[in-house]
Design a protein around this ligand. Structure first.
Ligand SMILES: *[C@@H]1O[C@H](CO)[C@@H](O)[C@H](O)[C@H]1NC(C)=O
Ligand SMILES: [Cu+2]
Length: 240
């Protein structure tokens, strides 16, 4: 039996070990169950990435574009609270992001509700968090690599209301050609209370925010010069 398990793992590992999903929402440090407040993604089993940034599935990668939103619960959180996402890698259930890449989180107001399929279909998205590659001692390094939990504070000035929170990890290990970057993503559904009167922005559409040819998306991470500064794709972070 042991030999059989090892043999199966050996066959499967090259297919799935390198991929991951973000099925768990984190509130105040505690992770919720898989796909409860996060729309179940089409790659929930394969863990494979999105590579076409113009695909409607680039928004939230739902298992079912028409129905998954309505089947997902909405978590009520306060502005100023710490929330986030936990990564899971299918193989051996190791919880972490595996590839070198760029990590960020977007939010979008959700009309009429976070559980509506039409939520987030306009130019309503703004970036709230990022963890870019950084140059260290002449080496490009990736702070998000091998992390399992990613949290940020919902700005106190964010107006109360229904929102989507979209996590995105852009894996860059094979990004030197067009569509070589791998996008791992999912969307949480939240109802923000105790908010303020801030104006989030800049606002972008998803899909639409990227062409796939940005210097932070299409690049060879192994050949950059020691003076290289990674250019984050997409809008600047809104801090509230
Ligand atoms: C969608 O969210 C709204 C607002 O929270 C809620 O009233 C409604 O019951 C939800 N729909 C489903 C199908 O759960
Ligand atoms: Cu992978």
């Amino acid at each position: 039996m042991k030999g059989f398990l090892v043999a199966v793992a050996g066959v499967l590992a090259p297919l799935v070990a390198a991929h991951y999903t973000f099925p768990d929402f984190i509130v105040n440090g505690a992770a919720t169950g898989d796909w409860v407040y996060i729309r179940e993604t089409a790659n929930h089993y394969s863990n494979g990435p999105v590579t076409d940034v113009t695909d409607p599935e680039f928004r939230c990668y739902e298992l079912d574009l028409a129905n998954t939103a309505g089947q997902t619960a909405t978590y009520t959180v306060s502005a100023g609270q710490s929330v986030g996402f936990k990564a899971v890698r299918l193989a051996f259930n190791i919880k972490s992001v595996y590839h070198p890449g760029y990590f960020d989180i977007y939010m979008s107001s959700a009309v009429p509700y976070a559980n509506s399929t039409q939520a987030g279909t306009g130019p309503t998205w703004f970036k709230v968090f990022e963890m870019p590659p950084v140059m260290q001692n002449g080496q490009l390094t990736f702070p998000s690599e091998n992390l399992q939990s990613f949290t940020f504070t919902i700005p106190k000035s964010l107006p109360s209301g229904q929102y989507l929170i979209r996590v995105e990890h852009i894996a860059l290990h094979a990004a030197s050609t067009f569509q070589g970057a791998q996008f791992y993503l999912s969307c949480a559904q939240v109802n923000v209370v105790n908010g303020g009167s801030g104006t989030p922005g800049p606002l972008v559409s998803i899909p639409g925010v990227y062409t796939g040819r940005e210097p932070g998306i299409m690049l060879n991470i192994y050949t950059v010069p020691s003076t290289y500064q990674y250019p984050s794709p997409g809008p600047a972070v809104w801090h509230g």
